[in-house]
Ligand binder design. Sequence first.
Ligand code: DLZ
Length: 161
Amino acid sequence: MSGAGAPTLTVDGHGLRVVVVAASWHTTVMDGLVAGARRALEEAGVEDVTLVRVPGSFELPVAARAAALSGADAVVALGVVIRGGTPHFEYVCQAATSGLTDVSTATGVPVGFGVLTCDDEQQALDRAGLPGSREDKGAEAAQAAVATVVALRALAPGARR
Ligand code: DLZ
């Protein structure tokens, strides 16, 4: 999968409460993802941002669920999983992906998916929104979460169609 075809989202997040849940493995890449998400949320006008750190990407779903149930309008989930020599990679990726999907569909709170699943650290650095990176997946996940909140408003009871 490449970043080609990604939309340019113009999002208005004024008045929203957003929780960023972030894993802690691969510090440099994670710092880039968190900074990118914060930047995008600020650009969108989101003033209420809470950052919650968890140990690894496996722990993201339970934190995202708690954030959603706490009344957040949107959650941004950030992590980096790098392939090693064991099946652990698949298990952690699968748990994070399906777990975060379940949280968003079960709670109705949009979860931006900013979990990088990479073959090596260089691939992750290229997507981390750091100086020299080609992509900024933390920012993209934050924009997607806010844009989905706005999109879902059209479906709220009493919304004008
Ligand atoms: C155990 C593990 C490994 C091998 N690799 C990563 C990784 O690349 N990225 C990541 O976010 N977490 C990793 N973890 C930790 C698991 O996500 C989890 O925190 C532990 O299995 C403890 O539940």
